[in-house]
Design a protein around this ligand. Structure first.
Ligand code: 5RP
Length: 233
């Protein structure tokens, strides 16, 4: 299914707005919706504000999204208050043709994976630059307990990657969970399921930004010819 082609070329920002609005079709009225993090999700939150009276509220994956949801007048529930969510809407840094993703460019990967895990359906919203054949061109974010970063960096180096601690204002970035992010370049992730399983077990790794076990079932992709719906079930 695709929407009609726009008359003029859209900017990346306009494509994000388009998929953010298109995601409203997956929001189950009367329920609580799972909400991701990032610039594309911000467009979704803006769209969600227009139907805020038709939903109970949201479970958020970051402090940033919580603040934006509340500013729009949308009630935010704690993840523990809710058993299961029908749908989780989030962006991605990369998505492949199986619905496997790299996420965590906004450092929110751990809470994103938690909310994705409690949701029945993951709807990814992304512009077409995010669609890849093989995951790994985007630096893979990994949330790590600070005392383990040097060791985890060496383990990724041994795999052929190049890892470094993400910095902010001259200091290691601190996540919403009080941990650090290691970004790994040079990976060519041919088997995302196995990769996620293996690296998630390394001591000190909180969450790996490969979302294969919590993959997307649907991707709304903003393209030059409109929003394309990819399904992976
Ligand atoms: C945040 C994420 C985002 O979904 C991902 O970085 C995409 O962000 P954007 O929509 O700004 O391109 O994983 O941790």
């Amino acid at each position: 299914m695709s929407t009609p082609a726009p008359n003029t070329a859209l900017t990346q920002d306009e494509l994000k707005t388009l998929v953010g609005q298109a995601a409203l079709q997956f929001v189950v009225r009367g329920e609580i919706v799972g909400v991701g993090t990032g610039s594309t999700v911000n467009k979704f939150i803006d769209a969600l504000a227009t139907i805020k009276d038709e939903i109970k509220g949201a479970v958020s994956s970051s402090v940033a999204s919580t603040e934006r949801l509340r500013a729009c007048g949308i009630k935010v529930f704690e993840a523990q208050e809710v058993d299961a969510l029908s749908v989780y809407i989030d962006g991605a840094d990369e998505i492949d043709r199986n619905g496997f993703m790299i996420k965590g460019g906004g450092a929110a990967l751990t809470r994103e994976k938690i909310v994705a895990a409690q949701s029945k359906k993951f709807v990814c919203i992304a512009d077409e630059s995010k669609l890849v054949e093989t995951l790994g061109a985007f630096p893979l974010p990994v949330e790590v307990i600070p005392m383990a970063t040097a060791r985890v960096i060496r383990q990724f180096d041994a795999m052929g990657g190049r890892a470094m601690v993400r910095m902010k204002d001259g200091k290691p970035l601190v996540t919403d969970n009080g941990q650090h992010i290691v970004d790994v370049t040079g990976l060519h992730i041919k088997d995302p399921l196995a990769f996620e399983l293996t690296t998630s077990q390394w001591p000190g790794v909180v969450t790996v930004g490969v979302f294969a076990h919590q993959k997307a079932q649907v991707c709304l992709l903003g393209t030059a010819s409109g929003v394309k719906t990819l399904t992976f079930e």
